[in-house]
Design a protein around this ligand. Structure first.
Ligand code: GDP
Ligand code: IMO
Ligand code: MG
Length: 429
């Protein structure tokens, strides 16, 4: 049974923790999109690991970790991550397989990302400045460079020279030398070679022999290039379709979809956020939840759970069950609100609008629920939760249109509740 774990909100839902805790039941863990804009945090017995490009399954011995063709790979970021993991006692060894069709983030993509943001001025996206957008632009524009292209050939030289020339025309007074970029790429290719191969073929062979694959999304549904709050999105398909195109696997290979959602909501970067709390409660959520970006350290914007958005993520992705994270962050609140609809002008909207960015002022319609004001931190069974917390979860299930099969009550692996009768329990059996 192969399961996809993906973000049902604006990213940073806690996917890394969930993937890590599920990994022991799988032989492979595979990333299908995004790049090192992702920051997936995993705590193991108090020790912190932040994964950016390498799947969050890497902390478990014997598990194969895959970077699919849909991911954009910055070789420097990859090597840094591999070296940092080694420093923390995790040897990647031969447990990494990078698709030979994955596109590369080149040294100047980062610069173009920053430049593009500066040009947008007040309309900036608030990107992670990792060069993600420009790398995907080159891919779609059919001038990208793939992992399998990193051999000393005339074709690579021609492509690099043309790309660097084009870039030098965009960036004023730039004199970047294409041969320098070319030499760096060859060196990266040489170091990467031991890990590269045909991901689609390897996964197909693994699945045929009954090995299970856990598929790890980055970002979240509302940051998806097609289905998110465009243009305030990332440049890839974080939603379910990306899993097939980004790994070269058919839809039938996927048996379940677990959507990860926080018990409230956060967003980092610009863009619409109807339930954002700019006052004291927002501040409290940020401090209690330690809501600072795992990649960039930026403070995350915080707000109430938006059931309109999660319901949409459930529909677009075919989510079977929600992993509800950070319940413990709400422990101190006397009342907790849930957004069940939006008021836009004189309309009441319950389906996530395509034009959220331009539709004018949005007033969320809220239900207020009593808080539990008792610690849930570290709870490992559903019955341990206070009645008000159970009622809150039951209401989230109703308004989100999907059961909550897993509840996370802290950042450590073990601070987790898996509900007995849930599909998640069945997947992990
Ligand atoms: P990801 O990008 O979806 O993997 O999420 P991030 O790692 O960027 O952000 C989630 C943060 O919340 C990380 O610092 C996690 O360690 C932390 N976290 C995950 N689950 C819980 C939880 O249930 N409670 C608390 N307090 N923290 C959690
Ligand atoms: P994980 O996998 C939260 C956001 C950026 C910005 C927008 C575009 O940790 O959940 P990009 O650099 O991708 O072009 O930025 O997307 N963003 C994320 N927000 N979590 C992430 O990843 C994100 N990756 C990108 O802040 O608003
Ligand atoms: Mg993150």
């Amino acid at each position: 049974m192969n399961i996809v774990v993906l973000g049902a909100q604006f990213g940073d839902e806690g996917k890394g923790k969930i993937v890590d805790l599920m990994t022991p039941k799988f032989s492979w863990v595979a990333r299908y999109q995004g790049g090192h804009n992702a920051g997936h945090t995993v705590y193991v017995s108090g020790k912190k690991f932040v994964l950016h490009l390498i799947p969050s399954g890497i902390l478990h011995d014997g598990v194969m970790c895959v970077i699919g063709n849909g991911v954009v790979v910055d070789p420097k970021a990859l090597f840094k991550e591999i070296d940092e993991l080694a420093g923390l006692g995790i040897d990647v060894g031969d447990r990494l397989l990078i698709s030979d069709k994955a596109h590369l983030i080149l040294p100047y993509h980062r610069e173009l990302d920053v430049l593009s943001e500066a040009r947008r001025g007040e309309r900036k996206i608030g990107t992670t400045s990792r060069g993600i957008g420009p790398a995907y632009e080159d891919k779609i524009g059919r001038r990208g460079i793939r992992v399998c292209d990193l051999v000393d050939t005339k074709a690579l030289a021609d492509e690099v020279r043309a790309n660097v020339d084009a870039r030098n025309q965009i960036i004023k007074d730039s004199t970047l030398d294409w041969t320098q970029v070319y030499d760096e790429l060859l060196a990266s290719g040489a170091r990467m070679r031991r890990w590269t191969g045909d991901v689609s073929l390897a996964l197909d062979q693994a699945m045929r022999t009954g090995q299970r694959v856990l598929i790890e999304g980055a970002q979240g549904a509302m940051l998806d290039i097609d289905h998110g709050t465009y243009p305030f999105v990332t440049s890839s398909n974080a939603t379910i379709g990306g899993a097939c195109t980004g790994l070269g696997i058919p839809p039938k290979a996927i048996q379940g979809v677990l959507g990860v959602a926080k018990a409230y909501l956060t967003r980092v970067g610009e863009g619409p956020f109807p339930t954002e709390l700019c006052g004291e409660i927002g501040e409290r959520l940020r401090e209690t939840g330690m809501e600072y970006g795992a990649s960039t350290g930026r403070p995350r914007r915080c707000g109430w759970y938006d059931a309109v958005a999660v319901r949409y993520a459930v529909r677009v992705n075919g989510i079977d069950s929600i992993a509800l994270t950070k319940l413990d962050v709400l422990d101190d609140l006397k009342t907790i609100d849930i957004c069940t609809g939006y008021r836009i002008g004189d309309r009441t909207v319950t389906e996530f609008p395509s034009d959220l960015n331009t539709c004018g002022p949005i007033t969320p319609s809220y239900e207020s629920w009593p808080g539990w004001t008792t610690p849930t931190k570290g709870a490992t069974s559903y019955s341990q939760l206070p009645a008000e917390a159970r009622r809150y979860i039951a209401r989230l299930e109703e308004v989100s249109g999907v059961p909550v099969g897993l509840i996370s009550t802290g950042s450590d692996r073990h601070e987790t509740i898996i509900r007995d009768d849930s599909v998640v329990a069945r997947w992990l059996n």
